[in-house]
Ligand binder design. Sequence first.
Ligand SMILES: NC(=O)c1ccc[n+]([C@@H]2O[C@H](COP(=O)([O-])OP(=O)(O)OC[C@H]3O[C@@H](n4cnc5c(N)ncnc54)[C@H](OP(=O)(O)O)[C@@H]3O)[C@@H](O)[C@H]2O)c1
Length: 335
Amino acid sequence: MQAFAGTSFDSLDSYALTELPVPEPGPGQVRLRVAATALGYVDGLMAQGRYQIKPPLPYVPGGEIAGVLEAVGAGVSTLAVGDRVVTWQLGGGMADCVVVDAADVDGVPGDLPLPVAAAMLVDYQTAHFTLFERGRLTATDRVLVLGAAGGVGAAAVALAARAGAFVIAAAGADDKRQAARALGAQATVDYRQPDWREALKACAPGGAVDVVVDPVGGDAFEPAFRSLAKDGRHLVLGFAGGAIGRLPANLALLKNADLLGVDVRHFLATQPERARQVRGSLFRRVRDGVLPPPGMTRFTLAQAADALRATLSRERRGKVVVVPQGGVADTGRLA
Ligand SMILES: NC(=O)c1ccc[n+]([C@@H]2O[C@H](COP(=O)([O-])OP(=O)(O)OC[C@H]3O[C@@H](n4cnc5c(N)ncnc54)[C@H](OP(=O)(O)O)[C@@H]3O)[C@@H](O)[C@H]2O)c1
């Protein structure tokens, strides 16, 4: 099989398409024929050894994987060859096939295309956990989403708007702000402008927000926190802006505000059944047209190097999705 593997974290140039033996599933494992692997900002960091988890080398990037089962190991009774599945791994998806633990695999409903399942798997689940489990979102909340056209940001806009909240999308380009409006944002701000907090005050009902969804950090962090109303919640997801923001602690006191960390991996690890229910519900809502599918930029496995670089580029539009050349016969078998 072909896999896009790297032998060093020093440079993305160490990654290349490589011929590897087809892996056999051990007891409790399954092998997927990869139909699509989605990549987020994290995958670009991980491939450079810059993420909090450093995978072993050689490393095959791509963690958000959808495919069709083509082999099951001993002791696997709940899954069968032909099942359409998704899994979130630390990597392995930029390949024709991958072996994973059966316990980490979830079914995909019929009629939901596998590339869509891969593209929404982590971002929708993360946004849902952020807004509803950590952020205690209600229909009367005003929500500011930073990086609102990014993977997690776009999912947060779509979910918060459908929950009835007033959503203000902060994004750094005209077409990104338009995309956020199409997802349900009622107002937008260009947070690359130095006076963007004034623009936010002008468009937020009452001049403040109750919830900030923050996957960006950096320079946007403190102005966003200062824009909270009393009892506001600022949710820290990551630092796509490149820097970890800082905050004078008195601001939390003045606002009676919560600064909340979000770690969706911890949620998945500690509440797997709850996570599975949420995931299933999100899949069905996208399949039924209640939630929009993520925007996607597709790459083949032969274009894997471009795909990986695209994850780190602010100019990219939509989720990066790698569909191995030739794809995979998607039988549409019901999960
Ligand atoms: N905590 C968790 O559980 C969890 C789970 C998933 C992801 N995350 C984190 O969430 C963050 C976003 O991930 P994602 O996959 O949604 O990323 P993404 O699709 O690349 O979106 C990130 C957004 O950040 C903005 N941005 C600002 N400065 C940037 C820069 N210098 N380079 C690139 N983008 C920049 C961009 O929007 P503008 O151009 O509009 O500013 C971009 O759309 C990452 O830090 C990731 O680690 C956290």
